[in-house]
Design a protein around this ligand. Structure first.
Ligand code: F6P
Length: 553
């Protein structure tokens, strides 16, 4: 049975939403607020330590009901159970997607191919604790007996973005941790700059690659190993300083990693959902295992909320369906993620991979071309900086850009009125997006400034802010391991729900493979090891020629 038995756009619920969209077309949100003084309270839901104000949306109760009816008509509840039970929801790779098992503290078994993954996860957490506690207590040392001070994590994509985000986000909890450095890019500058900052005697290298086949990661790891050997001169010492997290143990062993230093990854965890596994070791090195477990507990609380809360009080479901509303009924092409917290500055990068690699698809699970839009462009950055960069386009550009504002109620760093200032900035942006400024208001403002009628006529149209731009505001008491865990899990489930509606496989990423394949053919030509290729094109050929004549290799 296809996942979504009736074609999405033929469902009566789809037609109902199209009708609602027409009815709401000329209705500004401002009017919805003035009609209903209780709007903010009614469109406010909580779960797992997070609160969502979704009142600043082009939304009525009827629209919300219709969006949730569409979700149910796509079998959302049954699909959610399939995900959580470990059914093979990744259809093209015939695998479960059990990232929720990585943070499940329970003892009830979840079997994949006869193996209890819950027990396997607990065993791995215990191994992680032994390593992390050994390093942080200085019982485990480098080859000269000095304690480790630095960890260099080499990995890319999901083996990089999540750990980097969380270790930055939990900086206030990292007093006793070691310094973590991340090397992802094949651009040699990154590994060279990183190696300049660390000492071979006190640095632990963590090779993070589910496949252990990723070119960027393997090439950077070779450079790190070579650098280490040049300084220490002893092959035996490699096993004290190099560890790997991978599902491909033979490849790690061939690289020279002691199998005792290999932590497992599993086919049933997608790379972009893997920060909860041993891929999260850099996080644990930064903040310790107790905080790492608290991160898992926060994510688990969100898993339970996602599983148990009624759809209209369910944060991931409501956020997902609002995204569908704008993506499929209002023509929005992008979605902005705007964390107002320095510690969360890498959240947009992580969510970009999570969402765009998951739902950047154009066929249904059954392989039919989609007749509707799938995932939007996810982008964003930290507030208030973005206000002095791209917010202008959000406020006055021609495109509709829904946004998520994310801000803690309390800061870790109270200084003067900064946190109140930051909060005011955040609220001013969502309010400006919603309320805008009318022509009459612009005219009155200019008149109050003493402008002449001619000046008013000339300037007023430029000062109009259309408003009616939707946003969500997510808040939490403070950025803590628990709230960060819940926040990331929230977006994971939001992504899953949207994938269910669009009927795509949110857990594969075949599109990434083509570039990797073609890269293998281009490299020997750049290095002069091979002549032209019949399958190339004149643009690629000309650029290769320019690289070679500049001596770029
Ligand atoms: O970008 C494609 C991708 O396969 C991601 O999904 C993954 O997170 C990343 O490459 C790294 O893969 P690996 O962990 O196997 O090195």
């Amino acid at each position: 049975m296809p996942a979504n038995p009736t074609v999405l756009t033929s469902k009566p619920e789809w037609q109902t939403l199209k009708d609602h969209r027409e009815r709401l077309d000329g209705v500004p949100m401002k009017e919805l607020f003035s009609r209903d003084p209780g709007r903010a309270r009614r469109y406010f839901i909580e779960g797992a330590g997070l609160s969502l104000d979704f009142s600043k949306n082009r939304l009525t109760d009827e629209v919300l009901d219709a969006l949730l009816a569409l979700a149910s008509s796509c079998n959302l509840e049954a699909r959610r159970e399939s995900l959580l039970k470990g059914e093979r929801v990744n259809v093209t790779e015939n695998r479960p997607a059990l990232h929720t098992a990585l943070r499940n503290p329970g003892t009830e078994a979840i079997l994949v191919d006869g193996q209890d993954v819950v027990a396997e996860v607990q065993r791995t957490l215990a191994r992680m604790a032994t390593l992390v506690d050994g390093v942080l207590s200085s019982n485990r040392t480098g080859y000269t007996g000095k304690p480790f001070t630095d960890v260099v994590s080499i990995g890319i994509g999901g083996s990089y973005l999540g750990p980097k985000l969380v270790s930055e986000a939990l900086k206030p909890y990292g007093e006793s941790g070691v310094r973590c450095h991340y090397v992802a890019n094949i651009d040699g500058t990154e590994i060279c700059e990183t190696l300049r900052r660390v000492s071979p005697e006190t640095t632990l290298f963590l090779i993070q690659s589910k496949s252990f086949r990723t070119q960027e990661t393997l090439e950077n790891s070779k450079v790190a190993r070579q650098w280490f050997l040049e300084h220490c001169g002893d092959e035996q010492a490699v096993s004290r300083h190099f560890m790997a997290v991978t599902a491909n143990v033979p490849a790690a062993r061939d690289f020279g990693i002691d199998p005792d230093n290999v932590f497992p990854m599993w086919d049933w965890v997608g790379g972009r959902y893997s920060l909860w596994s041993a891929i999260g070791l850099p996080i644990a090195f930064t903040v310790g295992m107790t905080n790492f477990r608290a991160l898992l507990a926060g994510a688990h609380a969100m898993d339970q909320h996602f599983q148990q809360a009624p759809l209209h009080r369910n944060l991931p479901v409501v956020m997902a369906m609002l995204g569908v509303w704008y993506n499929n009924f209002w023509g929005a092409e992008t979605h902005a993620i705007l964390p107002y917290d320095h510690y969360l500055r890498s959240l947009p990068d992580h969510l970009q991979q999570l969402d765009m690699e998951s739902n950047g698809k154009s066929v249904t699970q059954g392989g039919e071309p989609l007749a509707w839009q799938s995932g939007p462009v996810i982008w964003g950055g930290v507030g208030a900086n973005g206000q002095h960069a791209y917010h202008q386009l959000i406020h006055q550009g021609t495109r509709l850009i829904p946004a998520d504002f994310i801000i803690p109620l309390q800061t870790h760093n109270p200084v003067a009125n900064h946190h109140a200032d930051l909060f005011a900035n955040c609220l001013s942006q969502s309010r400006a997006m919603m309320a805008g400024k009318s022509l009459d208001e612009a005219r009155a403002e200019l008149a109050a400034e003493g402008c002449t009628e001619a000046e008013i006529a000339q300037l007023a149209p430029h000062k109009v802010i259309p408003g009616n731009k939707p946003s969500n505001t997510l808040t939490m008491e403070k950025v803590t391991p628990e709230t960060v865990g819940a926040l990331i899990a929230l977006y994971e489930h939001r992504t899953f729900v949207q994938g269910v509606i669009w009927d795509v496989d949110s857990f594969d990423q075949w599109g990434v493979e083509l570039g990797k394949q073609l890269g293998k053919g281009i490299l020997p030509r750049l290095l002069g090891e091979e002549a032209g290729s019949q399958t190339s094109d004149s643009s690629t050929d000309y650029l290769i020629e320019r690289f070679r004549s500049a001596g770029g290799a």
